[in-house]
Design a protein around this ligand. Structure first.
Ligand code: PEP
Ligand code: MN
Length: 337
């Protein structure tokens, strides 16, 4: 971090500011020019609150040199993180393919879809038991019964399960029952939830917030990692823009940005990104081509009668086609599916 001071700042003001910063264990190197004085801060500047520094009247401006996320930062962890999820991994050469219905609806539905996606090549079964719905009158999920059905589908197929947590009260039961805990877009900045998930060692699938910047997203990963849980998987699921044709706007450039900034694996969810089933296949191909570590795709046996997100859900036969495409693209970019 670099602090640029106002012209003519008296030495005692510089000393006051310097003392505050060195009190946080950071070295301050002042440089006196003919017009400007700048302070170069060396050390863990995550402890420095820019707003506090800016409140000093002698400060002209602050320039960040390093990103505020440390544990998620590639700079301090040059290799790629590979996260173990049940009997599979996310982040290695092999692509992670998370597939399944938006919501768990019945034993028959989840078991059937699980078997179909497994046959086609999925590595992880998804299915919502607790659903974050915009309307309180919409189907809210089967809740704890849904978790039990996911466990049955896992037993029947061997696929590890990922499902969304909504409340900190459920952390213990999720930690016990599921292989990967999903934090949905709406909870990406539920900092209490993130902090508590940091106390587990469970893999966390952290979806990008509805209107979050890449830095905010990585700072949410940092909340989990700062608590001691390094097992974070990022998921780009589209962001709000002025465009209304699609449900959200898929930000594929975020995959590249995150790969440059962080060592964490990142997957792409073309289903929630677009809200349209016919966009899922081409965008899944694009996601793999751009370097994503996998995809999350909503697959439903009967989309027309789905209790949630039918318009973006694909049937198992189309999912099998998507898998063929993914394998073709994977081979071109040095990956496997
Ligand atoms: C989901 O995956 O079911 C979901 C609700 O996604 P998001 O949080 O990305 O909207
Ligand atoms: Mn959904």
């Amino acid at each position: 971090m670099i602090i640029v001071l106002k012209q003519g700042t008296p030495q005692q003001e510089i000393d006051k500011l310097t003392n505050i910063i060195t009190g946080k264990g950071i070295n301050v190197n002042p440089m006196f020019g003919s017009d400007l004085t700048i302070l170069g801060l060396i050390g863990d500047t995550s402890q420095v609150d820019p707003a506090q520094i800016e409140s000093f009247r002698c400060v002209e401006r602050i320039m960040k040199v390093a990103e505020p996320f440390k544990k998620a930062n590639r700079m301090f962890h040059p290799g790629e993180s590979i996260i173990k999820v049940g009997n599979t991994e996310v982040g290695g050469k092999k692509l992670a393919i998370m597939a399944g219905p938006c919501s768990v609806e019945s034993k028959e539905q989840i078991t059937y879809v699980a078997q179909e996606v497994k046959k086609a090549g999925a590595t992880i079964l998804r299915g919502g038991a607790f659903k974050p719905r915009t309307s309180p009158y919409a189907f809210q999920g089967l809740k704890y019964d849904g978790l039990a059905l996911l466990e049955e589908a896992r037993a029947a197929t061997g696929l590890p399960i990922v499902t969304e947590i909504m409340s900190p009260y459920d952390i213990e039961i999720f930690d016990e029952k599921v292989d990967c805990i999903q934090v949905g877009a709406r909870n990406m900045q539920n900092f209490d939830l993130l902090r508590l998930l940091g106390q587990t060692r469970k893999p966390i699938l952290l979806k990008r917030g509805l209107s979050s910047t890449i830095e905010e997203w990585l700072m949410s990963a940092e909340y989990i990692m700062a608590g001691g849980n390094p097992n974070v998987i990022l998921c780009e699921r589209g962001i709000r823009t002025y465009e209304t044709y699609t449900r959200n706007t898929l930000d594929l450039s975020a995959v590249l940005a995150v790969k440059r900034l962080s060592h964490l694996p990142v997957i792409v969810d073309p289903s929630h990104a677009t809200g349209k089933f016919w966009m899922v296949e081409p965008l899944a191909r694009a996601a793999i081509a751009v370097g994503a570590d996998g995809v999350m795709i909503e697959v439903h046996n009967d989309p027309a009668n789905a209790l949630c997100d039918g318009a973006q859900s694909i049937k198992p036969d189309l999912f099998a086609e998507v898998m063929k495409d993914i394998r073709t693209i994977a081979a071109c970019v040095g990956r496997e599916a």
